[in-house]
Design a protein around this ligand. Structure first.
Ligand SMILES: *[C@@H]1O[C@H](CO)[C@@H](O)[C@H](O)[C@H]1NC(C)=O
Ligand SMILES: *[C@@H]1O[C@H](CO)[C@@H](O)[C@H](O)[C@H]1NC(C)=O
Ligand SMILES: *[C@@H]1O[C@H](CO)[C@@H](O)[C@H](O)[C@H]1NC(C)=O
Ligand SMILES: *[C@@H]1O[C@H](CO)[C@@H](O)[C@H](O)[C@H]1NC(C)=O
Length: 448
């Protein structure tokens, strides 16, 4: 009997081995999708872009970012800069997350209507998302043929719509001016945004002054500032004629559009202005109470305009007033001393900046929304003004005509204390660093 059993084992064992191998294979095969094992042939994600600007080969097109936009249809909207005269056919190469197939869709290139007569400008590259695809990555290519592994892939953001906003107000500052040396006004603007209710300030950085950078570190550390590198000048170089155009400002409109989509499901409102501008309520004490009141009266409105009031930097109210001792060491303009404004010419369209519900915006420009949903509203100056404090370059206005408007003074107490706090923090940090250095030096000298 034992012999016989042994033999039967010999007979059965090949089958057992086959069965075992089969089971293992089946199990392994079944585990593949949930285990997310990457096949060497898996096309997505392959070359995912992390830079803010990507130049497409041979197509005079620069890609910034891509977002899902399902407000009307399931679209992927790619924020881009194109050369208007050289727009080619473009294709979206979607990586479907369902079956890992590539789906190639012809794109519509929606060039923003405000072109400022420049050769380059903002455009949306828009593609209908294929059904049953749920793409997480997209490539843009000038042909429907090619190898996906050679194309840069962009993550499609905004696929998850949070209804819990992490910020009530986000300020989108357009490209930070190069060698910005007006440190005091930078600090005052930042603190004013916080006093008025900004939880986040997004800054697109081209290049910046060291003295501003030291403060930026603090704002980044406390979570107020998000810096997005914007090395546009290494991609697009204009002759001095074009780059001096105030409308270009290193791709300002593209930056604003990216900022709107980036914060679409993160922030209840987005505030669009420059660092030398503050949307200053004249009735309410902060943006939240102001916007609540405006929204209650205008429930259909998602886009609010604020008219610029120009306070020349050259005109001081009084040197003694608000001459805060701690501020004397900081270079730059003290906005509390600039309360004389140029009268707005009623027959002219004065520049405006905006507070928007980002979910109501499709395409924005600097002073207007090019495409959006719902109504817009011009906020009267007895509710808020756009306080603009910059160098005087209008020769047609003599100082005698200026109007006194101390709206900024309402915030003097909190502004002074907040700016002082920031300056103290920085001084403390510097002396702290100094002590460590001296301590290490002392120890080193003892050890010698
Ligand atoms: C968009 O896609 C989702 C799922 O991917 C689908 O349920 C929905 O119907 C689509 N919407 C439109 C307008 O096609
Ligand atoms: C920035 O620096 C350049 C050269 O260093 C200078 O010509 C220009 O005036 C500076 N701009 C400002 C705003 O300081
Ligand atoms: C940075 O700002 C400081 C202080 O205003 C100024 O002295 C310096 O020239 C600026 N640096 C650059 C590179 O603009
Ligand atoms: C400064 O702010 C304080 C407190 O808000 C206020 O009482 C005072 O009137 C302000 N000063 C001026 C000159 O407006």
């Amino acid at each position: 009997m034992p012999r016989c059993r042994k033999r039967s084992i010999f007979v059965i064992s090949p089958f057992l081995i086959i069965l075992f191998v089969l089971c293992f294979e089946l199990h392994y095969w079944a585990m593949q999708p949930s285990n997310k094992v990457k096949w060497p042939t898996n096309p997505c994600p392959h070359k995912v872009v992390t830079d803010t600007i990507t130049a497409l080969k041979y197509s005079h097109t620069f890609i910034v970012s891509s977002y899902q936009d399902n407000r009307e249809q399931n679209l992927t909207r790619v924020i881009a800069i194109v050369n208007y005269k050289k727009v080619q056919d473009l294709y979206c190469w979607f990586c479907c997350s369902h079956n890992r197939r590539i789906s190639i869709i012809r794109a519509a290139v929606d060039i923003h209507s405000e072109r400022f007569e420049l050769p380059f400008g903002s455009a949306d590259i828009v593609c209908l998302e294929p059904q049953n695809c749920s793409p997480n990555y997209v490539s843009v290519h000038s042909s429907s043929k090619g190898n996906i592994e050679e194309l840069p892939q962009f993550e499609i953001r905004n696929r998850v719509h949070s209804t819990q906003f992490s910020a009530e107000f986000t300020v989108c500052l357009s490209v930070m001016v190069e060698n910005h040396s007006n440190v005091l006004q930078f600090l005052q603007s930042m603190e004013m945004y916080k006093i008025l209710g900004a939880q986040k300030v997004v800054i697109y950085m081209s290049s910046y002054n060291q003295s501003v950078e030291e403060f930026l570190k603090f704002y980044v550390a406390e979570g107020t500032v998000e810096i997005i590198p914007w090395p546009i000048t290494s991609y697009i170089k204009f002759s001095s004629f074009w780059s001096s155009s105030p409308q270009w400002h290193n791709g300002k409109t593209t930056v604003l559009n990216d900022c709107i989509y980036r914060n679409m499901y993160r922030s209840r409102y987005v505030v669009l202005n420059d660092i030398d501008e503050i949307i200053l309520p004249t009735k309410h004490l902060n943006w939240k109470t102001m916007m609540n009141s405006l929204e209650n009266q205008n429930p259909e409105t998602g886009i609010y305009f604020f008219e610029s009031h120009f306070f020349p930097q050259s005109v001081l109210s009084s040197i003694d007033r608000f001459n805060v001792p701690l501020w004397k060491t900081v270079p730059g303009v003290n906005i509390l001393q600039h309360i004389y404004k140029v009268p707005n010419r009623i027959w002219l369209n004065n520049p405006r900046k905006m507070i928007v519900n980002p979910r109501k915006v499709i395409q924005t420009s600097i002073h207007s929304v090019l495409k959006g949903y719902g109504r817009t509203m011009e906020v009267p100056k007895d509710i808020a003004i756009l306080y603009t404090c910059r160098a005087h370059n209008r020769k047609d206005i003599s100082d005698g005509y200026l109007i006194r408007d101390p709206a900024i003074w309402r915030f003097n107490a909190s502004l002074i204390s907040n700016v002082n706090e920031m300056l103290t923090k920085k001084m403390f940090y510097k002396s702290f660093k100094f002590t460590w250095k001296t301590l290490i030096k002392t120890i080193a000298s003892i050890l010698k």
